[in-house]
Design a protein around this ligand. Sequence first.
Ligand code: SF4
Length: 444
Amino acid sequence: MNKETFLHYATLAVPRYTSYPTAVDFVSISDEMRIHWLQGLELDQTVSLYLHIPYCSNLCHYCGCFTKAVRRKDIIDTYADIIEQDIRLQASYLKGKPRVIHLHWGGGTPSLLSRKSFKKIMQALHETFLFDAAAEHAIELDPRTVRQELVSCLAEIGVNRASLGVQDINPEVQKLIGRIQPVTDVRSAIRNLHAVGIERVNFDLIYGLPLQTQQSLRQTCETVAAFQPDRLACYGYAHLPKRRSNQRLIDVSLLPNAFERFKQIEVVADSLCRFGYEAIGIDHFARPSDPITIAMHEKKLRRNFQGYTDDDSRVLIGFGASSISEFSQGYVQTVADINQYRKAIAVGRLATVRGIIMNDDDKVRATLIGDLMCQFKVDLSRYGGKTLFAVELERLKTIIADGIAHEVNGIISITEVGRPFVRVVAALFDRYRNHNIAQFSAAV
Ligand code: SF4
């Protein structure tokens, strides 16, 4: 692929496809729809739960999450009370206690919750759901907050996987992104987690940050691989300052260009694979014995809002401002404004604002796009055959000519060089994708 073609694809704005339809395609939807879907859940249906804590001590300059900077503990405690009510309210519409196979605390910085708040929320969950003995209980952690007192609380409430936001270990890069985090903090976070029996650890890294180079990223990978996390995810920094005011603090002149970004993720993949990790999808890496690697080889890997997962539950119930729930019928999202969320829950409403009712076509395309994102391959005969996708196949011809994919008898495979551009191929099958393009990040 020549440089011009590469730049064309690398700079196309395409969704990350953590869901299909994507969240920007959600429309206005009512509480009644969510209630109807909650009431329809069968008791033998396993569920995953997501809790969103939208607070941080400070905002990192690069952050694209839905979160707010707060210093006052009472604000966070009050929010925990609302989440507890949200749990009880949504659970009141269920037929009984569904079995939970996955629980995830995300944010924001969930570790800002007090011990009392963690316990209160868990008590509400245990009173309303049944937890599978083998359930994964994961939490996103800022390594700077992982003190002994916190980890003992996490162990007590049953956390068994921690996802540490490491991002980059270079002090100069850290200064420019507003996140000073000495590598000793990462080391002591792991030590503290292991000391209480939380052995499963993931790291999140970011490429495409100001001042990062291929060399600095190689150094970051070598340093973090020495800590032997089970999994790593390395996301491309998405600079969207019109939507995220904190990103205006990023010095654009120091950001790597599209070609350099591509080289950086290549370096990350090469470095981590040298340390024995296997590449999972577009941006995850895991040890060969890790369940997510096994799921990939068994073609059971799935895409969800946390990236790639081996979680096979088809139902996700979200709690907290901006959280998204997934049902077989579609998606619903809670209002992002914390005040509106608080007021709605206080009067017994679920604060549902957006979502989408999936039609049959959406369901087919969701699975098809999932195949592409997880396996880099899709067999159109599973989805009704080539004739149903004549328009997409016509548009695919240019992509095939550019060496990104090939197609034989309705089986579309992404080539080795085309893997970083799989989202571009997925977008061909996205019925909603002729608008809103500017809201997405570049393909690489
Ligand atoms: S990157 Fe993490 S710690 Fe930083 S502002 Fe965003 S959610 Fe908070």
